[in-house]
Design a protein around this ligand. Structure first.
Ligand SMILES: [Zn+2]
Length: 334
């Protein structure tokens, strides 16, 4: 069900025209961005929900996280109460490919917003999940977040424990912001090195470009004045000179690589349950994982402040903050 009052406001107008070959895919992507989740399963007593999810943790579950996981690290979500969709929508893949002006605007915004994301650090909830992963309490973690915080947390917990969690047990469903890829020649560049090039190209111009957290999207995109967009200088691919550059992130209108989907299916297969943490599962690529768990009769638990798509299929639904729930569960099982 969609409530019109909850619809995101002031979207950037679509710049892919109706006669463009990519128009239909672009429009479908926009509909996905705009989806408002209002699934309401019957109310479940908090005690029943929390205890039940504690029991799922004994079945070696797969953990599936979303933007609600990163809000405690200072990265805003799309659809939460302060969700960034309320002021701007993310780019579609089709715009990256076909709309030079939109791509320029994206990079100007990302230039300003990325530093904020780069500065974010994992919180205690990330570390709890990483410890569960290292000790085999869970089968793995699949995240929709592109901030890399689960992997960073896993690396530091592994270092503390002198353990080596297999790389396949932390999967970034939509990729990560760590790299930039050229859409023409396919060559990749490290985001940090790319960021240095951007800073050099904009030296002296962008010194006073600072924004607040409220103006940032989960993908590092940020709302900035038009003047900054106009003054921003984009850099080119080091290999072929094209400026068609994109973070190695799966954007709206783009598909998740097949091999990654298969890895996730295999991980789910080896799991006794699925626990969704901090996600409304608004996009099909993540909602599909819940449907697959349900089809394979794996019990499902949901920990999320707001409604989650398909939560009527979950045995346990705990409407609460992510970090406090994970802390409670960690105490319960240790
Ligand atoms: Zn190139």
């Amino acid at each position: 069900m969609t409530r019109s009052s909850d619809r995101p406001i002031s979207f950037e107008p679509s710049t892919i025209s109706e006669d463009h070959p990519a128009y239909a895919t672009h429009q479908a992507a926009i509909r996905s961005v705009q989806r408002v989740i209002d699934d309401r399963a019957p109310y479940q007593n908090v005690q029943v929900a929390s205890t039940g999810i504690g029991q799922l943790l004994r079945l070696k579950p797969l953990i599936l996280t979303g933007a609600g996981m990163s809000t405690d690290s200072g990265i805003p979500d799309y659809r939460g109460p302060k969700g960034s969709l309320r002021h701007s929508r993310p780019m579609t893949y089709q715009e990256f490919l076909h709309d030079d002006a939109a791509r320029h605007r994206y990079w100007a915004r990302s230039f300003v917003g990325w530093q904020h994301m780069y500065d974010a650090t994992p919180h205690v909830g990330h570390d709890i999940i990483s410890r569960w992963n290292a000790s085999g309490v869970i089968s793995g973690v699949v995240t929709q977040n592109v901030d890399g915080l689960h992997q960073r947390s896993q690396d530091s917990i592994d270092a503390q424990l002198g353990h080596n969690t297999e790389p396949g047990r932390v999967i970034a469903l939509h990729g990560s912001m760590d790299e930039i890829e050229c859409l023409v020649c396919g060559v990749k560049e490290n985001r940090e090195a790319f960021g240095i090039r951007l800073h050099e190209a904009n030296a002296g111009v962008a010194d006073d470009w600072h924004i607040t957290e409220a103006d940032i999207n989960p993908d590092g995109d940020a709302r900035i004045p038009q003047r900054w967009v106009d003054e921003f200088t984009m850099v080119q691919c080091l290999n072929c000179g094209s400026d068609k550059l994109k973070p190695t992130v799966v954007y709206f209108g783009e598909v998740v690589p097949r091999q990654r989907k298969e890895s996730i299916s295999a991980l789910l297969e080896s799991s006794g349950a699925l626990i969704v943490v901090g996600s409304s599962l608004a996009v099909m690529s993540s909602y599909r994982i819940l449907l697959e768990a349900d089809r394979n009769r794996k019990p499902i638990g949901v920990i999320n402040r707001g409604p989650t798509r398909g939560e009527e299929r979950a045995t346990f639904r705990w409407h609460t903050g992510v970090q406090q729930a994970l802390e409670w569960l960690d105490e319960k099982i240790s």
